[in-house]
Design a protein around this ligand. Structure first.
Ligand SMILES: [Cu+2]
Length: 266
């Protein structure tokens, strides 16, 4: 019923109701602004308010694992109308541990609390909202002690980048044997994702110099693609590359062109 909506707008401010009476009464003189609302009318208003449905809903802003839960609580009646001047308690737990406790919260139109928890783990969040009446100070009306339970599942934020290592094989600069077995680089074929970190390491125990140079080799003639190039690496030098687009990226060693590998970027 739309009557409730009109009632909501004056809840907690019964004075406002008396003002509206003044305005609507053409016989009223300025001197008699002290308007007494008939007790029956107050009782009627209180009665309406007490029957009002006040349904909380959560407006989550962040629900990420590793961050705080940040949310506000909005209230509507059964017809979907916004209910303001709501007093409420809100509590949240994770694994039975309290992560948020904001009793005696109050939502005004345009001025409302934003609740923030401690840092979230990945277990589900249990939230309890208890409506504690409408209005301010001693003028509290409407439903009290009405509990609503919510459950939220924290979101694991964007995949953390994984790191992949590619190493040069021992003796790969001295012997072409590794070419046949495709293990001059180990591993010589790796699959990674866009955004991953690929770490290239010259780990050849003979301390030979090598490179990881993107491109192809025709016979012994290299054609660098420019996608990445470590340049000549001394023993134990490392180089990091983060692929930005998907595709196959062949590479070779500048000094030993039989050394070849492929990075598959998905
Ligand atoms: Cu090499």
């Amino acid at each position: 019923m739309n009557l409730t909506y009109g009632v909501i707008t004056v809840v907690g401010i019964l004075v406002a109701i008396s003002l509206s009476l003044i305005i609507s009464d053409p016989n009223e003189t300025p001197e008699s602004r002290e308007v007494i609302i008939p007790e029956t009318q107050i009782a009627q208003i209180e009665d309406n308010l007490n029957q009002l449905s006040v349904n909380p809903s959560l407006l989550p802003r962040t629900t990420n694992v590793g961050d705080a839960l940040v949310l506000e609580v909005e209230f509507r009646d059964d017809d979907g109308n916004i209910v303001d001047h709501v007093n409420y308690d809100i509590f949240a737990t994770q694994n039975s541990d309290s992560i948020l406790s904001d009793p005696a919260s109050h939502r005004h139109p345009g001025k409302y609390p934003v609740h923030e928890s401690t840092t979230l783990t990945d277990s589900s969040i249990d939230i309890q909202v208890i409506v504690q009446g409408l209005g301010h100070g001693d003028d509290i009306y409407g439903p009290k002690g009405i509990e609503t339970a919510f459950s939220l599942t924290p979101v694991v934020s964007a995949q953390t980048a994984t790191s992949t290592e590619i190493k040069t094989a021992d003796d790969s600069g001295m012997s072409m044997d590794c070419q046949a077995s495709l293990d001059c680089y180990t591993p010589s074929i790796v699959t990674v994702s866009v955004g991953d970190v690929v770490t290239m390491i010259n780990s050849d125990s003979t301390a030979a110099m090598h490179s990881f140079t993107a491109g192809t080799v025709d016979g012994f003639t290299p054609s660098p693609s420019g996608t990445f190039d470590t340049g000549i690496m001394s023993a134990d030098d490392t180089f990091e590359w983060t692929p930005e687009t998907s595709g196959e990226v062949p590479y070779y060693c500048l000094l030993h062109t039989w050394m070849q590998g492929t990075i598959i970027v998905e």
